[in-house]
Design a binder for this molecule. Structure first.
Ligand SMILES: [Zn+2]
Length: 430
């Protein structure tokens, strides 16, 4: 552990070795490169022609900021290998890594938008935990989604998120060893206890960096032969794996829903996907990168997030609309209702075993800890609206968006596998 900063500033306690969340290179903190601030210093041989030049500093301001070649003080550091920016929080704590996998059009963009929005807006009130962007650049895409769904000028307008998510949105291109390489783009959030949180007095110790990867499902298509591609290595480093199950992507699940839901997504005939093949392939990557024995089960918890729960909540006998959070006593932060989550998980598992048994089998065969959570990014069905060319597009009105359980996967995972920020309502009998 080393310290930086001069005496006029509070000392920051830094960790000695930083692991880059883009390329997984581990480097001593003293080896990091800095990002130039002067507008003339454009073009970096590794980060690309439009990126600011990275440099190894030889001069510093009295406050400890590196001075670039044109004399500007700089604030931001980057990985010495891939030159992608590292959030300041990464120099102070190890990130909690979550990796999300799902077939194309399972609603990952909508979930990401609703989750980020609700994390920012509800956790402060409920749990006295603030959630902010850890780096101004890292969350541009999700900020854009949030603006469309939740901050639209006219709440009665019809909006949609562009689903043609390409590599460009989820991957950063850099040049390594004379090759163009796509590196996964992490969404980075800082979680910090606020006044009123039981651990507010130890705010530094309990501040967490959340590192969330959204994978393009195509990268897990069997036969793409990318087992060693850096694009998917983070699945082996994740603290928790999420697999987003798209109920309307499965004809059997659709059939079950048709008697209880008028959701137009049930009538879309394209978009049938073998979801268990994507899951199986993703879990093979985990095995491969973690060097597991073929017969060893994966210890990383796997949570199957069954999307669009408003469409199928009539098929189970639990309340999956209101969040499983219980008010704390005497104005203390809310508590996570593990007991209710366990009941819901068992019911969702039961439903999946009926409609998609091979998916449950694939998950439980490979992983030692599997749980099942219902989520709904929109809280209700979208509408088919006419667009140009006599076609229709599924759209929503921002005023009608009321997400359900979208903060639960992360809050639950933190409460269960990372001590301190969120507390369970009861001690587990494990
Ligand atoms: Zn890197």
């Amino acid at each position: 552990v080393i310290s930086a900063g001069n005496k006029s500033k509070p000392q920051r306690t830094l960790i000695g070795v930083v692991e880059c969340p883009h390329c997984w290179h581990r480097s001593p903190i003293t080896d990091l490169v800095w990002i130039s601030e002067h507008s003339d210093l454009r073009g970096d041989p590794i980060a690309g022609a439009s990126a600011a030049l990275r440099f190894r500093p030889s001069r510093f301001t009295p406050g400890g900021a590196a001075i670039d070649l044109k004399g500007e003080p700089c604030q931001r550091v980057a990985c010495p290998r891939c030159h992608l920016p590292l959030p300041p929080q990464l120099l102070e704590c190890r990130p909690m890594i979550f990796s999300m996998i799902g077939v194309p059009s399972s609603g990952k963009s909508y979930f990401l938008a609703a989750m980020a929005w609700e994390l920012r807006h509800r956790l402060a009130e409920l749990f006295k935990v603030s959630v902010t962007d850890a780096d101004p650049e890292s969350n541009l895409l999700v900020n854009d989604y949030e603006r469309t769904l939740f901050l639209h000028g006219d709440a009665q307008d019809w909006v949609y998120l562009d689903k043609t998510q390409t590599d460009g949105d989820l991957y950063d291109r850099v040049r390594l060893s004379d090759q163009n390489v796509s590196l996964p783009h992490p969404f980075l959030f800082t979680l910090r206890p606020l006044e009123g949180h039981p651990r507010f007095s130890k705010v530094k110790e309990f501040t967490r960096l959340l590192c969330f990867y959204d994978n393009a499902g195509e990268h897990f298509q069997p036969g793409t032969d990318k087992a060693t591609s850096p694009a998917t290595q983070h699945v082996a480093r994740a603290r928790v794996l999420f697999f987003l199950v798209g109920p309307s992507q499965d004809p059997r699940f659709r059939q079950r829903c048709k008697s209880i839901s008028q959701d137009p997504q049930l009538n879309v005939s394209d978009g049938v996907e073998r979801q268990e093949t994507i899951l199986t392939e993703a879990l093979l990557r985990v095995r491969h990168h973690a060097n597991l024995d073929p017969h060893q089960r994966i210890e990383t918890p796997l949570i199957l997030l069954v999307a669009k729960s408003d469409m199928w909540d009539g098929l189970i006998d639990e309340d999956i609309a209101s969040d499983p959070y219980l008010p704390g006593s005497d104005g203390h932060p809310h508590l996570v209702d593990f007991e209710r989550i366990a009941r819901v998980s068992a019911q969702v598992r039961g439903l999946l075993r009926e409609v998609m048994p091979e998916l449950v089998a694939a998950a439980e065969d490979a992983c030692a800890h599997v749980e099942y959570l219902p989520i709904s990014a929109l809280g209700g069905p979208p509408s088919a609206r006419p667009i140009e060319g006599a076609r229709e597009m599924l759209m929503v009105q921002p005023q009608a968006v009321h997400p359900r359980w979208v903060t639960v996967p992360l809050v639950y995972a933190f409460a269960k596998w990372s001590h301190g920020l969120f507390d369970p309502a009861q001690v587990e009998s494990e």
